[in-house]
Design a protein around this ligand. Structure first.
Ligand SMILES: [Zn+2]
Ligand SMILES: [Zn+2]
Length: 599
């Protein structure tokens, strides 16, 4: 049990879910109820309803919830046998299915796997009784009626037990807090998150799109998005070369035999696309870049003097995701990893880890991602699923912890979170709204070097097996861009902005001057556009502001005569007229230093 599940707030939310179910059943006596757990920041309940919900329904349900709370009903627990439970829920088919599961054992009342011994219990408040193990508050009065809300005004659909072959249910989300102020704060945060939703901003800013004809989960990068992504790739590529990485390029398909040897097939078959036949042999879309890089390593004989070898590729991989789980750029079916593999000796492991952590922190700092923490995933001492001997595991684990400590990282050690092939270090960043995203990962691997019989010639002239480190810093380019869009709310720092300045003439007669200015700025490597549309100046300023273009350069008669531009920031701040060379100096300084400010 973690702290949230022990908290009073958890009980409040769980209790509010029951109150919501009562309000829904009163309005729709023929409704079938499924499950209603507390979740992070709130709760939900799934229903099988006779008709789609309207806004009026939701408002009425919310109002009724407040009444039930104020009526002050006790939550009463009782234990029942499976048959008693069946009698109680005889007209509730979803509950009957859950009761069967509870009776068999191994699952809880939400149908989730559990090791705990299951006692069938119910909780009742007022007229509503639910199959439930709690915990709840003792009386509905412990819920603050002014601190609850149904959050998603359009209810979401969810399949019974997450199975798309089963019934589609209506999921109503709600939230509950201790005070109305906390509720208001949370609702404001939700509103802000909606504005920052990368799916919406991605469309508005012309970054990417999806087409049903191309296929679900297959993002199409539009010019502005391609510029942004290319800048991120170029930045990392240059830094990697400075740090001794070597770029490699590998194809998008390979023989199934390769993944059989690596162990990725058939074990990860469910997340891969089916093999296809070519000239009597079977191939598949690349789910991982690692085996390809291994074969580049194997192509040469390595001496201990060549190590470490650091190979890097922006490698596109393909993984099957259920269509119900696809989400914008964060869950897609083809994505590009900034993948690197480091082959090193055991003695080099700690230094390599330090180097990778240094690189990760450098990139985060450059992007203004200053709030992050790390988790060291180590073995579960009870389990024997791990490959490699105890001594090498211990050495690698200590090397990771030593590197994290030396760097002063904010980290925790998590038992049982290691991969079966080695310990790892994962990074989670918190964005501007304090939401957490798992991004970078560094993993030690003893398994693949053994499976592919990798070698290097040691100082002793004997052959040894190198250690392999898998490392992705952005993780997936798709997901990372989504995180940046939401973190910056689309207002990227100038160096990452697809368009850095929009040039706006006060009147048509200033267009020629603006075009000359544009040519000069482009000559300085800046990405600029002249707005020569028929719109009025105020409309052009509004468009550029909505497009979150860092600088607007406006010119009228006086600017043309004096060789100046009037500079306005997307925040609305006015820097006034300045000679063109001064603006160029300002823009270059901001862009070259990757500054997060614009002046
Ligand atoms: Zn419950
Ligand atoms: Zn790898």
């Amino acid at each position: 049990m973690n702290r949230y599940q022990d908290s009073h707030l958890y009980r409040i939310r769980h209790s509010a879910a029951h109150v919501m179910a009562q309000a829904v059943l009163e309005r729709f006596p023929q409704a079938k109820i499924a499950i209603g757990p507390p979740i992070e920041d709130g709760f939900y309940y799934d229903f099988d309803l006779p008709r789609p919900l309207t806004e009026e329904d939701l408002a009425a349900i919310e109002a009724r919830m407040r009444e039930i709370i104020r009526e002050g009903h006790d939550f009463v627990r009782r234990e029942v046998t499976a048959d008693e439970a069946r009698a109680l829920f005889h007209d509730q088919p979803y509950k009957l299915e859950l009761i069967d599961g509870l009776e068999k054992g191994g699952v809880d009342e939400y149908g989730e796997k559990t090791d705990e011994a299951v006692v069938i219990s119910t909780y009742r408040q007022d007229t509503f009784e639910d199959l439930c193990r709690g915990p709840h508050v003792s009386n509905t009065r412990e819920i603050n009626p002014d601190a609850i809300s149904i959050t998603f005004k359009a209810p979401a659909g969810a399949y019974w037990r997450g199975d798309e072959k089963r019934q589609m249910l209506t999921r109503i989300y709600g939230t509950a807090w201790e005070t109305p102020e906390q509720l208001q704060q949370y609702l404001a945060l939700l509103e802000e998150a909606k504005k920052r939703d990368h799916r919406k901003l991605g469309q508005d800013l012309g970054l990417f799109t999806f087409s049903t004809e191309v296929g679900k989960g297959l993002p199409l990068w539009k010019p502005n998005g391609a510029i942004l992504r290319d800048l991120l790739e170029r930045f990392l590529r240059e830094v990697q070369i400075e740090r001794g990485y070597q770029p490699v390029i590998t194809p998008h398909i390979a023989r199934v035999a390769l993944y059989e040897r690596s162990g990725h097939y058939p074990y990860y078959k469910d997340s891969q696309y089916s093999p296809f036949e070519v000239e009597g042999d079977y191939f598949m879309l690349k789910p991982m870049n690692c085996p390809h890089h291994i074969h580049i390593y194997k192509d040469d004989l390595h001496s201990y003097r060549d190590l470490p070898v650091r190979m890097a590729e922006f490698g596109t991989v393909y993984r099957y995701e259920k269509s119900g789980e696809l989400h914008g750029l964060t869950r897609v079916r083809g994505f590009t990893q900034d993948d690197a593999h480091i082959f090193c000796t055991p003695e080099q492991l700690e230094d390599e880890f330090l180097g990778v952590v240094d690189l990760i922190e450098f990139i985060y700092q450059s992007l203004g991602l200053t709030d992050y923490r790390a988790r060291v995933g180590v073995r579960d001492p009870q389990s024997d699923k791990y490959v490699g001997n105890d001594a090498v595991w211990e050495q690698a684990t200590q090397a990771i912890i030593a590197a994290a400590t030396k760097r002063g990282l904010d980290f925790t050690v998590e038992e049982g979170e290691a991969a079966f092939y080695g310990p790892k270090l994962d990074f989670t960043i918190r964005d501007a709204l304090k939401r957490e995203w798992q991004v970078s990962t560094v993993q030690v691997d003893y398994n693949l070097p053994a499976r592919f019989e990798l070698e290097y010639v040691g100082e002793d002239n004997e052959r040894h097996q190198p250690i392999m480190i898998h490392r992705a810093l952005y993780g997936s380019m798709e997901r990372f861009v989504a995180v940046l869009i939401e973190h910056y709310a689309g207002a990227f720092p100038a160096w990452l902005s697809p368009v850095q300045a929009v040039l706006i003439p006060v009147a048509d007669r200033h267009l020629d001057y603006m075009r000359q200015v544009a040519a000069q700025l482009r000559g300085q490597g800046l990405r600029v556009q002249v707005d020569d549309s028929g719109d009025r100046m105020s409309a052009k300023i509004r468009t550029a502001t909505l497009q979150k273009v860092p600088w607007m350069l406006i010119a009228g008669d006086r600017d043309v005569a004096g060789g100046t531009v009037s500079v306005r920031l997307r925040s609305g701040e006015d820097l006034g007229a300045m000679p063109l060379p001064n603006f160029i100096e300002l823009a270059r300084r901001i862009v070259d230093s990757k500054a997060l400010t614009l002046a």
